[in-house]
Design a protein around this ligand. Sequence first.
Ligand code: PEP
Ligand code: MN
Length: 332
Amino acid sequence: MEQNATDEQIQTIASKVEAMGLKANIIVGTERTVIAAIGEKRGSFKDSLESCPGVSAVTPISAPYKLASREVRPEPSLIEILDFRAGSGHVGYVAGPCSVESEEQLMSSARAVKAAGATGLRGGAFKPRTSPYSFQGMKEDGLKLLAAAREETGLAVFTEVMGTDDVDLVAKYADVLQVGARNMQNYRLLEAVGKCGKPVLLKRGASGTMDEFLLAAEYILNEGNDQVMLCERGIRTFETHTRFTLPLASIPYLHRRTHLPIIIDPSHGTGHTYMVKDLAVAAVAAGADGLIIEIHPDPPNAMSDGYQSQTFDEFAATMDRCQKVQRALQAD
Ligand code: PEP
Ligand code: MN
């Protein structure tokens, strides 16, 4: 729409778009309002819409994803939950154990996360494990502990939801619902988190392409939830010196394609504690909008992912370096 288009003109165009059998998604930006006409490709209506009052241009969006694309929303999105901020110049730091194991384990972790200057707490209560015989998580008891940790520390709680049946329960306790790598293409789950009213952290599937990743985000956005963060957590390659291969090129690529914030997970991305700090620093230097890092009070005895978890001291040192890089870049 033109910069000075009236509300009435915007509504009129939205109604015309709906009358064509398309969904009209009104995106209000600082410069101008965009009406995204979403649906299956139609015959040309460019000329008839373009001649309407208040319309600046009708532009076909070339990317297969629409609401996620920079073409529809040129300005970066900012996600804000309590003190956590990611995107639009803010780097959001999230840390915590892979799994919630006990009150003491979680509370000590939450205090360490807070003390190091991070603003998000992670912790799995429902765990997707490769083997059915491995620890599956504390489920609702774990969610209650996460909520108690938020109560004490003010940290925003990130936790995974594995199935559609659990969305309401997880949304009751969590601030951000994490969709795990194994569920990136679970379309019913993506729709359900799109309807849940809470921000979502969508992890990239280990074999998901960038287009598939962004189309997965599109499912959530298409339900009216614009609070989506993308998480690069590494992909599967022929290489075995790391658990997964963490492509930091995803950061500039995604920044070019989408307005959604990009969070890097150097823990799953490398699978080795000794690599986490360097990759975290590199991610911040490359323009990541946030990090999600696994920490544990006693990594060798963690119930999951201990081999890639940092101690509290290692995490504090990581935060220190990342923030130094951030300040150096800001001063530039
Ligand atoms: C996790 O965050 O602990 C996790 C299971 O991650 P991913 O879905 O990326 O494997
Ligand atoms: Mn983990």
